[in-house]
Ligand binder design. Sequence first.
Ligand SMILES: [Zn+2]
Length: 184
Amino acid sequence: MAQCERVALKYWQVLDSDGGITNQQMALEFLPALARMVVCGGTHGNELSGVYVVQEMERQRKEKGEGAWPIPVTTVLSNPRAVKECRRYIDTDMNRCFNTATLSSPITDSSPYEVRRAQELNKLMGPKGSKDAADMICDLHNTTSNVGLTLIHYTSSDWVTLHICKYLQARTSQVCFNKLHTEN
Ligand SMILES: [Zn+2]
């Protein structure tokens, strides 16, 4: 098995006509390796955990070279101006800038900084939805809400996301796992 090949345990049930379970099966499923992952910090400039993680990963890359991780990882400081000023954002919330309409809107002199930056990041990590887009983007945030360590994901069917959650749950006492529904 290649070093980066993903393995998932697939589980399914066979139901009879009344919906009763007649058979349960499990099998290993081999998935394609992740080709590219992105770790983002500082999407909100006053949330410093992700900034520190990105800085530490970049330090490790300098020390260990590109083989620091088993797959290629791009590290990104998403909103460097807001990080520098330790503010949530400069002109507008960057979390609201990655929808299709904003990513394709024309840039003018009056375009908010975060919209310009989101379009730059979309070129770097995407384009969103294209075959060249990163396989996984991990965007790190802090919150003052009492939610502990929380993973917010966009799908319940992605095996890698589910395995990351399982890995974290095995190592920390409380990990929330929330599915976020978005339009795009
Ligand atoms: Zn945030």
